[in-house]
Design a protein around this ligand. Sequence first.
Ligand code: ZN
Length: 268
Amino acid sequence: MDGWEAGDEILIEPGTYCGKCHYCQTGRENYCDYFGIFGETEDGMQREFVSIEPKYLEKKPEHISFVEAAAFPLVFLTSYRMLIRRAQIKEGEKVLVLGATSGVGSAAIQIAKLFGCEVIATGGSKEKLEFARSLGADFFINHYSNDIVKQIRKFTDGQGVDVVFEHVGSATWENSIKSLAKGGRLVTCGATTGANVNIDLRHFFIKQQTLLGSTMGDTKGFKELVKYLHEKKLNHILDKVFPMSQVVEAHQYLEDRQQFGKIVLVPD
Ligand SMILES: [Zn+2]
């Protein structure tokens, strides 16, 4: 069975794909016409048994638990594709990560630091900014302050950031665009606060900037990430564990934006 043995401990690639189409054959599984996500387009993992194709499996590192491992794949794969494949961050570049304690945000800080970037993180409280610091962020901004752009200019000697890591949408868009340096890239994977945004085309073309959309990631990227996890170069970002009987409380915890990373549901 593809080198797997009974009892092997595994991690599961979160995206599903046909494996046969033009996109899958060229390593772009997340462009697959049949692309899906476990727990979204098909049944997820909140069950006792699952039958799954071996192509989605990777070995779980021994040093992390199953619950910790569950907090890893989806957000890291999303952030990795955004920063590495799409924005193509380089050593020494300055990266603005919005929502440092969100799943994708906390993954993005770790990935940008791993690739030698300087990271500016935003968060909504002192505790959240401390959390960003613990992940390696170099500079912190409370996103409720009204001079975000000014603070970013200060940190970047007036230049702005090379890359903005967006997933918030309309609430942050204006500041995100204004924070971008000449030749900067804004990469986004979400629109949590609203999908309609404005852009001043004059600034956009004169500063020769780039907008990049991104969603999920490819299998090669997932294998690379799991390797970093095995090498302890990246860490899971498990915040809290709820029993399934408290699924309502778990959702409320997320909706109240209390989380620092990911939450995981386990059987009672
Ligand atoms: Zn396909």
